[in-house]
Design a protein around this ligand. Structure first.
Ligand SMILES: Nc1ncnc2c1ncn2[C@@H]1O[C@H](COP(=O)(O)OP(=O)(O)OP(=O)(O)O)[C@@H](O)[C@H]1O
Length: 330
């Protein structure tokens, strides 16, 4: 949005000339962003507190301008909200949950794939185009909005690829292999995710061991896998909690609210009674995180609901309950 950016810059210059302190160049509101995150993320309060602190520092504009705005590593098992937090931040900052650059490190598992990250070196096919996996616009953001980048499943990338990230985390710059272009990460919020150590922590009795012990197992695994010089460049290493049975009610509310929104667009509504809620939450497998519950909605509730909607297309209000141990929608 060049016009809006020019207006913001102009206003800031005016204020500077008048001798007052400069307001933030960023238009997002940390408290609003956090309200969205807190309404949609369950069981990760410590991580959310860190996100709030990060957003305030970014908004206040007091960070070191020669680094990325923030560098975070999210650790934890599958389906606990690591990617979802990044999606919600993109929603809050850019108005679109997919407004970030996601690099699947799994695809960069072999040494020679470092070229896919930084583009082909001079003389190689593709070097002229400078084609890389990076979506430069999403990474660099704009004057009034930080860019967002997610390096997913970090532990799957080769050492060479991880090494090529050192400069990014340190000085916020990545020179592409062709040598004639670089990508600037100094206006970026960088997120990395890793499941490393999660399986080990699970096997040593996830539910029984206290959070500090889980964190210690994950940290040990992290230090075994990555060089200290890499870990040293990360601002926040955050361990996510597993989503156990006590979180199911809140998770179900969030998933049902999403279904409600989709139904509301068709002018329909669904009430799910307590018995149906209990049935949907039964036999939750915490190893699969929130995905297990979302899957149950898709495979058990939605097909029964769809059957009703197709049979009675004129009906607007629906109710889900249980009869003879089975989910019914009527
Ligand atoms: N803590 C949570 N609170 C609310 N919903 C959640 C939470 N964790 C996960 N979900 C739901 O489950 C889905 C999958 O979660 P997410 O993509 O964040 O997994 P992840 O932690 O990144 O794990 P993976 O490494 O498997 O991708 C999300 O889209 C969201 O709907």
């Amino acid at each position: 949005m060049p016009f809006a950016n020019q207006v913001i810059e102009h206003n800031r210059e005016q204020l500077a000339r008048a001798g007052g302190p400069l307001p933030s160049r960023f238009t997002f509101e940390p408290e609003q962003a956090m309200a969205l995150l807190r309404s949609r993320i369950v069981g990760q309060d410590a991580v959310l507190d860190e996100m709030a602190a990060m957003l305030r520092v970014v908004k206040a504009g007091i960070g070191d301008g020669e680094r990325p705005l923030a560098v975070n590593l999210f650790m934890g098992p599958t389906g606990v909200g690591k990617t979802e937090i990044v999606r919600l931040l993109a929603q809050a900052i850019h108005g679109r949950a997919d407004a970030f650059c996601r690099i699947d490190m799994n695809t960069l598992a072999q040494e020679h794939y470092a070229a896919a990250l930084t583009g082909a070196p001079p003389g190689y096919v593709g070097s002229k185009e400078g084609a890389t996996l990076f979506d430069v616009e999403a990474i660099q953001g704009s004057f009034s909005r930080p860019g967002i980048v997610l390096f997913d499943e970090l532990e799957k990338a080769s050492r060479e690829v991880v090494r090529s990230l050192l400069n990014v985390l340190d000085s916020g710059r990545l020179t592409l292999s062709a040598g004639n272009r670089s990508i600037d990460f100094r206006n970026s919020l960088i997120f990395m995710t890793s499941n490393i150590g999660a399986l080990q922590a699970w096997n040593s009795g996830w539910g029984r061991c206290w959070p500090g012990a889980r964190r210690a197992i994950m940290r040990r695994a992290l230090h075994r896998h990555f060089e200290p010089e890499f870990l040293n460049r990360i601002d926040r290493i955050l361990a996510f909690q597993a989503l156990d049975a006590s979180r199911l009610g809140a998770l179900l509310d969030i998933e049902l609210a999403k279904l409600d929104q989709r139904l509301a667009r068709q002018g329909r509504s669904l009430h799910v009674d307590d018995e149906a809620r209990r049935l949907l939450c039964a036999a939750h497998d915490a190893r699969f995180g929130a995905r297990d519950l979302a899957r149950r909605l898709r495979t058990r509730l939605e097909p029964v609901l769809a059957e009703g909607l197709l049979a009675q297309p004129q009906r607007t209000h629906w109710r889900a309950g249980v009869r003879d141990g089975r989910l019914v929608v009527e």
